[in-house]
Design a protein around this ligand. Structure first.
Ligand SMILES: [Zn+2]
Length: 253
């Protein structure tokens, strides 16, 4: 999907009460962001869930863009340790450009302005990988990043909004990714107001994610949305009130 860019792989741009966070800048992140009038020079933080290229491909250029090529020391980069040690995806020469680099660990909590987030559990994935619970002044939402499904996985996440990386249509024992039936179990346990499916593999894509999402809505009673390139989701939808004074969440996967 990434190599052919059947879906864009630039990650997600979180705009939370004035705080700008880029999550998982995969290949094309810079192009997708500027195309959508999102200015990387305004980023407060870049978060990397894990070092795989579909999540990290553009992280170096986005660090450069956030810091005006290193001329302005600003912003924070969050990444697991193995994105920085041997065979690093974050180049050494630009590690002094951001204000700091913070290492993600299991059970960690972090802050960017008045947004906080936690990395509750190390995921089952070939490299060190974390999902996130984000808390703003008004909302809590979880993003379940790549992982093999495991017992109690849903119990680590919470919130009115659940975003899940659904790579596979059906579970495959040998692949460390979530499948649609597993994400259904997560939705049924967390019972968010809204769930967003994203990060589709080829079989998911061929099965028309928007139709799968509609079926899942009927089966679970939770409003399930299939993400699409450039989709913008306003967190005010969780309140059922006017979007004024609220934060928005745009994604460009
Ligand atoms: Zn991965």
């Amino acid at each position: 999907m990434v190599a052919r860019q059947l879906l864009a792989s630039g990650g997600a741009w979180l705009s939370l009460g004035g705080t700008q966070i880029l999550l998982d800048p995969g290949p094309g992140s810079l192009v997708q962001a500027t195309k959508r009038k999102l200015d990387p020079a305004k980023l407060d933080a870049i978060i990397l869930s894990h070092r795989h290229l579909d999540h990290s491909g553009d992280i170096n250029i986005m660090i450069e863009a956030m810091t005006d090529g290193g001329r302005k020391k600003r912003g924070v980069v969050f990444a697991p340790n193995d994105a920085l040690d041997q065979d690093p995806v974050i180049l050494s020469y630009l590690r002094s450009f951001p204000e700091k680099i913070e290492i993600l660990t299991e059970g960690g909590s972090y802050k960017v302005n008045d947004v906080s987030f936690t990395t509750p559990i190390k995921h089952r994935h070939p490299v060190e990988t974390y999902g996130f619970i984000f808390r703003t002044q008004h909302h809590t939402f979880s993003w379940v990043i790549d992982t093999k499904y495991f017992d109690k996985l849903p119990s680590y996440y919470e919130g009115e909004l659940l975003i899940a990386n659904v790579v596979m249509l059906n579970p495959k024992v040998a692949v460390d990714h979530l499948s649609l039936p597993e994400v259904k179990m997560i939705i049924e346990e967390i019972k968010p107001k809204i769930a967003i499916l994203t990060h589709f593999g080829m079989n998911m894509w061929r099965a028309r994610p928007w139709e799968l999402a509609r079926n899942l809505s009927e089966e679970t009673g939770v409003s399930v949305i299939a993400a699409r390139d450039g989709m913008k989701f306003d967190l005010a939808r969780l309140e059922g009130v006017s979007p004024e004074a609220s934060s928005g969440l745009a994604r460009f996967e």
